[in-house]
Every structure is written in structure tokens, then in C-alpha cells.
Design a protein around this ligand. Structure first.
Ligand code: HGY
Ligand code: MN
Ligand code: MN
Ligand code: MN
Length: 402
């Protein structure tokens, strides 16, 4: 699809949507708190519903709580090409991780229509629930529930830092947890999934390119580590008599770093909760989460072997996602009208990885992030690069719906 019309309108629409999203869940540090099944999540769901309705798209919420907006009917016209991403964030997350993919998907449909495109198959836009797993700990909870990779019973019993279960949070948000399950019907509507995402690294900056295509996603997992201690008085308990889980936490953190360095993995200890969390009480228990990834699955296994004495419990695991090479090449050509864009790997996990693991032909487009920083208010993408991403996505959707 060459010589796209409506470029100026796309820019205005980008500004409008970006402006509407900007205040939702933004903290004083400029970072975002947009957690699953919260007030911010409800606002973002209403926003997505309004944008889909404005375009006459057919809205569906699947059993896992993921939102879908369809141009065409996959139930009568067969499975479609789906694009989209997520709108939730990590604590104090950036503005682009997730929302850029959803906004770009809506704009790509606008551009296709402005250029009189008649897709040969339905085009869907997905906004996946709880991709970051920031509140309940499990990454890609919405897409994993959808594909059956996350059993509903386990998901619904996960608790947040206030002890609220996912089931209680869903119910409070009006999504009936008894209805939650894998959704083969929703999944059967997806022939191909293409996710546009801000790059979470410097690959495109170093290459001097605004847009790239993903070759693979590293394998990555999350483990929960519970460290037991003995609650006691901070001012009266002699040091030799203490069972202080914070000391064990300190040992865990240094062991993780040493092992990750030794095995060429990337690992983080985060989401630490201390009970009781007082300044003058030795805690009875500390719970910490381990995020471990590596280009080579073996390296992750070695790190977890090294940490076995801490009793890590695996909460989620996504194997390496090697995207379909032909599809990646096709989209690399399509993305910018014949001058292939770079193809590069990533250590960041995405719903695209979950769908690919479920057997859906999947691809990803990356948009340059000048800071290379993500999961932080520093995360950024230039407006011009965002619009290049929209046009690259538009060309990819045209290529897939010829
Ligand atoms: O954690 C990740 O890699 C992704 O950004 N959710
Ligand atoms: Mn993220
Ligand atoms: Mn993301
Ligand atoms: Mn080892």
C-alpha cells in the first residue's frame, strides 16, 4: 500500500488519543500506575470501548477479560488478522509500553479506511488484560488465561499486596469471575497476530532506524520466593537470637546477581513484601519475586539451580518465542514499502509470545525508543517515529489482508 493519504489526520488523531490517555493513572513522578481491575483499568476499558464504538467496530470482551474490537465479522467471514497490545503498566511505568500498540492499531484501521482499503478478512484490535502482572504477579495473565496457559483457578486465587484476590478484584470491576476460563472461541477468531510495541532497549537507536521487526523473544519466567523469619522486637532482641528474613533477602539478592553474571542471564528481585512491615519489628516473613530471562533457556535453568536453596516457586514461564521467519521477512518488506526494516530480538515479554506459544502465527513491530529505557517514566518515543510505526503497521495489515 504505497502513498498513504490522511497522514495529517493521523497525526491529529494520535495527539487526541495520546492526550486522552496521558492523565490516566499518572503519578507525581510522571510514571503510570495502571493495574488490572482497578479504577484506572476501568477508565482505560471505557476509553477503548469509546474508540471502538466511534469507528463502528464490534466490541467483544472474552472470558479472560481481554477486549476485542472487530472490523468485519470473524464468525461469518473466518478468522482475522489481529493487532493490538495492552494498556496496563508496571508500577511507575512508562507511557508507551502497551498503549502505543493499542493506539497504533486504532490509527492503522483509520488509515486503511482513509485509503479505501477493503480487507480480504476481518481485522481485529485486541487490548489484553493484565499483561504486566503488576498487581497479581503473573505476566500476561489475560492472554495466558485466554490460551489456557494459566488455569482460571490459579489466576483467580492470586492475591495483590492487600490480600485481595483476582476474583474479588474482577467482581468489583464487574467482570464475573465464575465466567473466567480459557476462551477457545475468541482464540479461534485469530488467524495472525501482529503487535506493535515501543522498543524496550536501544537496538533501533543504535541502528538509526525508526521501526523494526522482532525475530524472537527470550524465554523468561517469574518465581515467588517466601523467606520465613521470626517476628520480634527490634529494640530488645539480641542479634544472635534473631531470625530476620531481611538478612536472607540480602543473601538472595547477591546470589541472584552472582549467578546471573556467571550464566549470562538477566535477573531481578522485585515486588518485595514484608510482613509485618514495621520499622521496629523484625519481620516474620518476606516474599520476593524473581524475574529471570536469557537468550538461552539453559542459562535460566542454571540460575534457578543455583537458587534452589531459597525454594523459588515458579509462577509463570514463557519459552523462547521464535517468530515465524517468513512472516517477519514479509512484514519487514511491507513495513516500509520494500526497503526492509531491521529484524531484532528482545528480552521483553509480550502477549505476542503467549499467542505464538499457543500456535498463532505472530509477529511484532518495534518503534524506536531514544532513551532505550522502559518500565520507567523515562520510556519515550518521538511522535514522528510513532507515526512511522502506525504507517508500518498499516502496510503490514494491508499485506496480510490482500
Ligand atoms: O516484563 C516484560 O518483559 C514486559 O514488558 N511485560
Ligand atoms: Mn512491560
Ligand atoms: Mn508491554
Ligand atoms: Mn550453575
Amino acid at each position: 500500500m504505497s502513498g498513504l493519504h490522511g497522514v495529517d489526520r493521523t497525526g491529529r488523531e494520535f495527539d487526541r488519543m495520546w492526550g486522552e490517555l496521558a492523565p490516566v493513572g499518572r503519578g507525581r513522578d510522571g510514571g503510570y500506575r495502571r493495574f488490572a481491575w482497578t479504577r484506572e483499568d476501568a477508565t482505560l476499558r471505557e476509553w477503548f470501548t469509546a474508540e471502538a464504538t466511534r469507528r463502528g467496530l464490534t466490541l467483544v470482551t472474552d472470558r479472560a477479560g481481554n477486549q476485542w474490537a472487530w472490523w468485519g465479522d470473524p464468525d461469518t467471514d473466518g478468522p482475522g488478522v489481529v493487532t493490538g497490545s495492552h494498556v496496563d503498566s508496571v508500577p511507575s511505568g512508562g507511557a508507551y509500553d502497551g498503549p502505543l500498540g493499542v493506539v497504533s492499531a486504532l490509527l492503522a484501521v483509520d488509515v486503511l479506511r482513509a485509503n479505501g482499503w477493503t480487507p480480504s478478512r476481518p481485522i481485529g484490535i485486541a487490548s489484553f488484560a493484565d499483561e504486566e502482572g503488576a498487581r497479581f504477579g503473573v505476566a500476561c495473565a489475560g492472554s495466558r488465561l485466554l490460551t489456557g496457559a494459566l488455569p482460571p483457578g490459579r489466576a483467580l486465587s492470586l492475591t495483590d499486596e492487600n490480600g485481595i484476590t483476582m476474583a474479588e478484584a474482577m467482581r468489583a470491576a464487574g467482570h464475573e469471575p465464575d465466567h473466567v476460563d480459557g476462551d477457545a472461541e475468541a482464540l479461534s477468531r485469530v488467524a495472525t497476530f501482529v503487535e506493535l510495541h515501543v522498543e524496550q532497549g536501544r537496538g533501533l537507536v543504535d541502528l538509526g532506524e525508526p521501526v523494526g521487526v522482532a525475530s524472537m523473544i527470550w524465554p523468561h519466567g517469574r518465581w515467588r520466593v517466601t523467606l520465613a523469619g521470626q517476628a520480634n522486637h527490634a529494640g530488645t532482641t539480641p542479634l544472635p537470637d534473631r531470625l530476620d528474613p531481611m538478612l536472607t533477602l540480602a543473601t538472595l539478592i547477591t546470589a541472584v546477581r552472582a549467578s546471573a553474571l556467571r550464566h549470562g542471564a538477566l535477573a531481578t528481585v522485585g515486588k518485595v513484601s514484608v510482613e509485618p512491615n514495621g520499622v521496629n519489628a523484625i519481620p516474620s516473613q518476606v516474599t520476593a519475586w524473581l524475574d529471570c530471562r536469557a537468550a538461552d533457556e539453559e542459562a535460566v535453568r542454571h540460575v534457578l539451580d543455583d537458587l534452589s536453596t531459597f525454594g523459588p516457586v515458579q509462577e509463570s514461564w514463557t519459552p523462547a518465542t521464535v517468530f515465524d521467519t517468513d512472516l517477519a521477512t514479509r512484514l519487514s518488506d511491507a513495513a516500509s514499502e520494500g526497503e526492509p526494516v531491521p529484524v531484532l530480538g528482545t528480552g521483553a515479554g509480550h502477549d505476542a509470545g503467549v499467542l505464538s506459544t499457543a500456535g498463532i502465527p505472530t509477529a511484532m513491530l518495534f518503534v524506536r525508543n531514544p532513551t532505550g529505557v522502559s518500565h520507567s517514566p523515562e520510556e519515550f518515543a518521538e511522535r514522528a517515529d510513532c507515526l512511522d510505526g502506525v504507517h508500518a503497521l498499516t502496510r503490514c495489515l494491508a499485506e496480510l489482508t490482500r
